[in-house]
Design a protein around this ligand. Structure first.
Ligand code: SAH
Length: 206
């Protein structure tokens, strides 16, 4: 698999990385409270699993996958300590077919889409398509072009989201939100887009 170098190293450093805040992202808590994190759920690039465990608490059959073995180890340790039903596996989200044919009703992407370059972005979208059932929904939160400066991940425009999820998808909404972060130039939040993206059903031209 194409492992972007460095991902595992950030999870063995002394300080947790800026996004690893030890609690779920507030935006995803809100989605869970609205009953939207449901069914068989994939947390794509789950890091240490806070959003995955939160989804499981709200009743989803939640699986978190990440390419970084130390992130998955931490997620499993936290889940065991909390008695969470969430499951975790090391996997490459650019090749979700390797999950052995698992498919999902709901996908959560908190800060993963924005890590990929253009080529891997296309692979990622195809990989998501391969595991999402017709009518399944992906809630994708990425850094937005409203975030000033250049520190951190690449900024994403709404047009880029629309272009990436054009064929075989329907973007239900893109809303301005914020990531909760720490150790990030003194800031405690960053500007984000939350895209709600539906996988087209049969007969819808995909
Ligand atoms: N969703 C988590 C982590 C976001 S940071 C959270 O909200 O805390 C981006 C994550 O994507 C990192 O954990 C990194 O290890 C993971 N990642 C990057 N490339 C990946 C790939 N190809 N497959 C799986 N995970 C990947």
């Amino acid at each position: 698999m194409t492992v972007q170098p460095g991902w595992d190293a950030v999870y063995v450093a002394d300080q947790p990385p800026p996004w690893d805040i030890g609690r779920p992202q507030p935006v995803f808590i809100r989605l869970a409270e609205q009953g939207l994190l449901r069914g068989q759920l994939l947390d794509s690039g789950c890091g240490t699993g806070e959003n995955t465990m939160m989804a499981a608490e709200y009743g989803a059959d939640a699986l978190g996958v990440d390419v970084a073995p130390h992130a998955i180890e931490q997620a499993r340790r936290k889940a065991a300590g909390r008695g969470s039903a969430a499951r975790f596996e090391v996997a490459d989200v650019l090749d979700l077919g390797q999950l052995g044919g698992l498919t999902f009703d709901t996908v959560v992407d908190s800060g993963v889409f924005h890590v990929f370059d253009d080529e891997d972005r296309a692979r990622y979208v195809a990989s998501l398509a391969s595991v999402m059932r017709p009518g399944a929904t992906c809630y994708l939160m990425c850094f937005s072009d409203r975030q000033p400066g250049t520190m951190g991940p690449r900024r994403i425009t709404q047009d880029e989201l629309a272009a990436a999820f054009r064929d075989g998808w329907a973007i239900a909404s893109i809303t301005a939100e914020t990531f909760a972060i720490h150790n990030f130039g003194g800031a405690s939040e960053a500007q984000a887009w939350l895209a709600t993206i539906e996988r087209a059903g049969p007969g819808s031209g995909s």
